[in-house]
Design a protein around this ligand. Structure first.
Ligand code: MCA
Ligand code: AMP
Length: 475
């Protein structure tokens, strides 16, 4: 078997096939390039160090250490809990406690009660491990809900393998591609699609650190991944955008790609971007295809193995006429196993006949194209492609001694899609710098992308007769 064969492994050990041609530039990240055989040797050495653990935390900075830690765990069959590197104290404590991670693998935050297992980039081992069952858990990924702290999304090896094969098919992704992106390595987009995808397909990947227009232009790849904020920044930088003309495919996802950005990219690069839709819970379920129509404002058709349907509030079928809207439900082999240790939350998001309720509202056209209209709840905010639960930010703000009441909303933003704005009623006399102090308080507790861009001090929040805050009146 050669490394050039598409989808060379049926397992989720992305390096399972050690024979065949090497790939000299399999992964480039943080200025380091590793060949496929170097990755295999170094990651197997990591596997040997962690093989007896069940679940470990990885502080997911975009470094070779993170990549080796993740692959080492996949080789050994150890579950990875990727942790955002800028997690604040409350978020860190929650993720570690909730996941039951036994150690840090690779880097660790300055203060930690867990043991730290180092990753040695230059160590090599050629031991072979047997392939775990497809049902074995590969990752527990933390993601925000409408209320409460983030929940652990349990993703099996089988789900990831099916999800990666489905996008490789939709995007005609082969070993001849060179993938470029600069996305965070603690979500499906950057980590699973953006790191495990190329290893599974056999295409080199270049991680640019930050996803800036200049870095994307300089990397000279064939396949580019970005969230809409990345694409809109590229669309505003014609010199950088024109450098992408030599690419094969530009892929956008994680949030809606505005039609003007789609059009501007097409004008500057000659490429109509592929838009795809997914969730941490489901990986990618809908996409326009490399060999199919790209329709601005639409996220395409189900990927291989996926079925979709839309339902009204009573659970009745909604017409596929491109106009009628309903709650989007999906079914497919890449859907997660449930939220870690949360049977009730898990049960709530499945229908009785086994479909996953995405919480997104969509229309489906007669030709099978899907349009995402929005979310069922105002309490899930998408900012820069990050999913942020309003309740989580509200809880952090209520923990500040000067805050009496709070309502957090996502307001439209040309760059970020939505920006987080907190309306607060103060319990004590306002000081001059209270807004700044509250923003910093959230960053210390949660993570940087969860802090409000703006705090608006108000004397009261709009409430209905039942006393419930009317978020739709804010903004
Ligand atoms: C941010 N900053 C702030 C504040 N917020 N400073 C003061 N007050 C604030 N409220 C700082 C930041 O730390 C940063 O500082 C600087 O301001 C610029 O921030 P920003 O405008 O946010 O730009 P950015 O840091 O360049 O981030 C934009 C981004 C980022 C690169 C698009 O949002 C991003 O990487 N998004 C990707 C999210 C993602 O991968 N989601 C996938 C999940 P400094 O410059 O010093 O750092 S979705 C998924 O996985 C599913 C399956 C799917 O469909 O894909
Ligand atoms: P996350 O779990 O962070 O991946 O966020 C998943 C959510 O992102 C989905 O439920 C959608 O609301 C949103 N999303 C992802 N891709 C798209 C897209 N192409 N268009 C619109 N919304 C999207």
């Amino acid at each position: 078997m050669s490394f050039g064969a598409p989808l060379l492994l049926r397992s989720l050990n992305p390096l399972a096939v050690a024979a065949g041609e090497d790939i000299p530039d399999a992964v480039t990240i943080d200025g380091v390039t590793l060949s496929r055989s170097d990755l295999l040797g170094a990651a197997t050495s990591v596997a040997e160090r962690v093989a007896r653990a069940e679940r470990v935390a990885v502080l997911a900075r975009p470094t070779v250490t993170t990549v080796l830690a993740v692959i080492g765990c996949l080789i050994a069959g150890v579950t990875v809990v990727p942790v955002p590197p800028d997690s604040g104290t409350a978020e860190l404590e929650h993720i570690l406690g909730d996941s039951g991670a036994q150690a840090w693998l690779g880097e660790a935050p300055a203060q930690t009660h867990l043991p730290v297992v180092p990753v040695r980039v230059h160590a090599r081992s050629w031991h072979t491990y047997s392939e775990p069952e497809p049902a074995a858990t590969a990752f527990v990924l933390y993601t925000s809900g409408t209320t409460g702290p983030p929940k652990g999304v349990v993703l099996s090896r089988g789900a990831i393998a099916a999800g990666l094969d489905a996008v490789a098919d939709a995007w005609s992704w082969t070993a001849d591609d060179v993938l470029v992106h600069g996305l965070p390595l603690f979500h499906v987009h950057g980590l699973i699609l953006g790191m495990l995808g190329p290893l599974r397909v056999g295409s080199p990947v270049i991680h640019t650190g930050k996803p800036t227009p200049q870095a994307y232009a300089e990397a000279r790849g064939t396949l580019y991944f970005g969230v809409p904020t990345v694409w809109s920044r590229i669309a505003e930088d014609p010199d950088a955008a024109k450098q992408l003309a030599s690419a094969r495919l530009l892929v956008s996802g994680s949030a809606p790609l505005p039609v003007p950005v789609f059009e501007r990219l097409r004008e500057l690069t000659g490429h109509a971007p592929v838009e795809r839709y997914g969730m941490s819970e489901t990986m990618i379920t809908l996409s326009t295809r490399a060999d199919g129509e790209r329709r601005p404002g639409w996220v395409g058709v189900p990927v291989a193995g996926v079925r979709t349907r839309i339902r009204d509030e009573a659970g009745a079928a909604v017409a596929h006429d491109g106009e009628s809207i309903g709650g989007l439900q999906v079914h497919g082999p890449m859907v997660f196993d449930g939220y870690l240790d949360r049977p009730e939350a898990t049960a709530e998001c499945w229908t009785e006949d086994g479909w996953f309720k995405t919480g997104d509202v969509a229309a489906i056209a007669a030709d099978g194209f899907h349009r995402i209209v929005g979310r069922e709840s105002v309490d899930l905010i998408k900012s820069g492609g990050y999913r942020i639960g309003a309740g989580e930010v509200e809880t952090a703000l209520l923990g500040h001694p000067d805050v009496a009441e709070v309502a957090v909303v996502g307001l439209p933003d040309a760059d970020l899609g939505q920006r987080i704005v907190a309306y607060v009623v103060l319990g004590s006399a306002a000081t001059d710098s209270i807004e700044k102090a509250l923003i910093e308080h959230v960053a210390e507790q949660l993570s940087v992308h969860k802090r409000p861009r703006e705090v608006r001090v108000v004397s009261a929040l709009p409430r209905n007769a039942m006393g419930k805050v009317q978020k739709k009146l804010l903004g």
